[in-house]
Design a protein around this ligand. Sequence first.
Ligand code: ZN
Length: 303
Amino acid sequence: MHLRHVLAGLALAGLIAAGDALAQQAAQPAAPAPAPAASPILTTPQREITKIAGEVYRFRNNNHFSVFAVTPAGVIATDPVNKDAAAWLKAEIATRFGKQIKYVIYSHDHADHISGGEVWADTATVVSHVNAKPVIIGEKRPTAVPQLTFTDNLAIELGGTVVELSYVGRNHSDNSIVMRFPAERILFAVDFIPVKSVAFRDFPDAYIGEWIEGLKRVEAMDFDVFAPGHGPLGALADIKAYRGYMEDLRGQVLKLAREGKSVDEAKQMVDLSKYKDWAGFAQMSQLNIEGMYKYVQLNRRGN
Ligand SMILES: [Zn+2]
């Protein structure tokens, strides 16, 4: 009996430790996957709804976040994240607020943010940037195809709540948009403005020059709270700091490339130590240098 009790305690300790490892992995999206556990561990996805300001809320599914606005006429939702998350949020919105989702606005075409849109499409109009639609169709994203697209700007009003959609150029995709709730002074954008975090891997699907220019356009917008698609909420200072990181990285890598240094030499020589406390630094900073080096070499012509 005593032995069984001890064994049960050990098993529980193992489960908690494994849960911590998963939680840590969730906080760092591209950390290497943990070794497979000896027995399957069933973990409930970490989902929550938190109020940002007014009737605009943040929706979390593990390491992915989106926002939604509750209005008397229904809900303006953004990224569904995935099918199960979308079903959960749809039920929560019905239970807590007694509303239906009337709009779904995709941040960009990447599957890890917009899968599951079909769960909401029975009551909602699906909106995206014009460039997202052919990618969603072409890549067979597991989601609803956009019904309403825009090129530069689109304002959507529902039940007195306004969200302004803006395209600030290509960055982390060619169809990422900024969503601004002017009354609530909230800005939502995904993956191209990390908060206190370095960039993802080696800048896949990226347009770095336009990205930096687009960040300046976002900095000129009027808002108090910046809600990213991963990690904690931020503010204008975080967007400026991230642009500073991109410019610093580009400047250092370009200088070394012009001196004829190889990518491996650049990885040794670029000094990013002032960002060492940012999320993802250990896993991503060398990949960021590698990706920037490739970009810089593609966009220069030496002697
Ligand atoms: Zn993305």
